[in-house]
Design a protein around this ligand. Structure first.
Ligand code: TMP
Length: 237
């Protein structure tokens, strides 16, 4: 598979064309941003960890019946994926109050919900990814009703899988963000990444934060936290 011209550069990844129009290569960077790019930094080794962790989860989710864009890991930082057009929704599932939920509703972090919540943000940096509901997404023609239903179903299935997996590693899955894409034939597949950049992961015993909140909140020990969750994942596989 030949890596051709760069198609896109995001905050954490670059995407390259290949000689197959249905496939692209994703290349994970160590760059980290927060607050819509207002805070910038580097997390050494993050690209390798996020690539490997994402691919292991994508392979497992695919086996569990959730279609994904994953094709094949090519190197430490590069992965071959199916080309999709990204549905411009950030799909956030929460099991425990934290982050923007705690802030928006004026509650402390750490409240365990009876059932997971699913929320959508409009993926639009210029507008700072505003929260929206299904009727807003339909009004804006971001996705069809049936696509939103599929996305919600997959997101909750991903939550069931990830929650159980992380629990077996002594890690509590607090919340996470997913993105979905459409293949050329319209099929909805899970895309983007599943990593400490996009999940809140707390040590089950100590509640220590083992994710990007260490970077967002200047808590220190960022690289160690990423390495620790990767170590626990490898041990569990
Ligand atoms: P939030 O509490 O800031 O809304 O974040 C919810 C989850 O989504 C958390 O696990 C971090 C993740 N997330 C991203 O992956 N990308 C983003 O741009 C934001 C704001 C959150």
């Amino acid at each position: 598979m030949q890596k051709l011209q760069q198609l896109y550069e995001g905050k954490a990844k670059r995407v390259y064309a290949t000689d197959d129009p249905g496939l692209v290569i994703v290349d994970y960077k160590d760059d980290a941003t927060a607050f819509n790019g207002a805070k910038k930094g580097t997390i050494a080794g993050k690209g390798v960890i996020n690539n490997q962790m994402t691919n292991r989860f994508m392979a497992k989710l695919e086996k569990a019946g959730i279609p994904t864009h994953f094709v094949q890991e090519l190197s430490e930082r590069e992965t071959l994926v199916k080309k999709v057009s990204i549905v411009p929704l950030e799909v956030i599932v929460r099991n425990i109050s934290a982050g923007s939920f705690a802030k928006r509703y004026g509650v402390e972090e750490g409240i365990v919900f009876d059932a997971p919540t699913v929320e959508f943000s409009y993926k639009c940096d210029a507008l700072d990814d505003p929260l929206l509901n299904t009727s807003h997404a339909l009004a804006l023609k971001l996705a069809a009703r049936s696509e939103i239903e599929t996305i919600r179903k997959y997101a909750l299935a991903v939550n069931d899988f990830l929650k159980a997996f992380w629990s077996s590693c002594g890690v509590t899955l607090v919340d996470f963000k997913l993105e979905f894409g459409r293949l050329a034939d319209g099929t909805i597949v899970l895309a983007d990444e599943i990593s400490p950049d996009t999940c809140r992961l707390w040590d089950s015993q100590t509640h220590e934060k083992l994710d990007k909140d260490r970077f967002r909140r200047d808590l220190g020990g960022v690289e160690d936290a990423y390495a620790e969750v990767m170590r626990r994942m490898k041990e569990a596989l």
